[in-house]
Design a protein around this ligand. Structure first.
Ligand code: F6P
Length: 257
């Protein structure tokens, strides 16, 4: 029975890869909406897939969220002794401290005995503050570093769930609702066609930077995230993305085909 289940997931992985038109899909069994342990398994699968793509010198940009926090927990030192530098992909995105990219990169560095840098940017900066922040030498260095990222590992969220979690002001919330956003990643909200509806103003990785990143890993699961995953995978970087997900999201996604 175990073999059967494994081959069933392999079939599902293949199908989902075709449907989403992306590079690779890894599915863990279960649904993380129903069972917290499934998120940990996605974390394990992601940590091990990351290792496969490390090079001798790595700049690894990471986003926040509870799924990425689960990835950090599962990381282990690299026996090949490759250099690992963890970096937050974007500044303040309105997350609780345990789910912030800064916290997660510190944890990843600790677990792998690697290094990390923090991005100290407050949430929801004004346009003026943003304009002067990007001129700060430390921030400029950080952005240069992000442009040279060798790997990006990011979460994906359901748009309305992220609106609630981030407590956006009324105007922003309305914009996201009116734009019919379904998915969110990197602080960008996307509609079902993958069009950008709103972008949170913070320092860090811009969607365009992804063009130069050789390895992109998205990690997100739970049936409730199916539409969000689909929207985010429609972005240009989708074609070279490795998606780590769970059966719950995968089955919900395939249902529509
Ligand atoms: O806020 C950071 C972030 O990575 C978002 O871009 C994403 O939508 C969300 O976290 C995912 O969070 P979780 O893994 O907790 O669902």
């Amino acid at each position: 029975p175990i073999m059967k289940e494994v081959s069933g997931l392999k079939h599902l992985e293949h199908k989902l890869k075709e449907i989403l038109n992306i590079q690779e899909v890894i599915i863990v069994s279960g649904d993380s909406d129903q069972n917290e342990l499934v998120k940990k398994e996605m974390g394990r699968a992601c940590a091990s897939r990351m290792k496969k793509s490390f090079t001798s010198n790595n700049i690894i940009a990471i986003t926040g969220g509870s799924t990425l926090a689960a990835v950090a927990e599962m990381m282990t030192p690299d026996i090949e002794g490759r250099k690992l530098m963890f970096f937050p992909a974007r500044g303040g995105l309105g997350e609780y401290v345990e789910n912030q990219a800064n916290t997660i990169v510190a944890k990843m560095a600790e677990k792998t005995m690697g290094q990390y840098k923090l991005l100290h940017v407050p949430d929801q900066v004004s346009e003026d503050a943003y304009a002067s922040l990007v001129e700060e030498p430390a921030i400029k260095d950080a952005l240069e570093m992000l442009k040279r990222a060798t790997m990006v590992v990011h979460g994906i969220g359901d748009a309305m769930n992220m609106v609630k979690r981030r407590k956006h002001d009324q105007e922003t919330t309305q914009k996201i609702i009116d734009g019919q956003a379904v998915g969110e990643a990197f602080g960008y909200y996307f509609d079902a066609d993958g069009k950008i509806v709103h972008k949170v103003r913070t320092i860090g990785l811009q969607l365009e930077y992804l063009q130069n990143v050789p390895c992109i890993i998205a990690v997100a699961g739970g049936a409730s995230k199916a539409r969000a995953i689909q929207a985010v995978m429609k972005q240009e970087q989708g074609r070279k993305t490795i998606l780590i997900t769970d059966e719950g999201a995968a089955r919900a996604l395939i249902q529509d085909y």
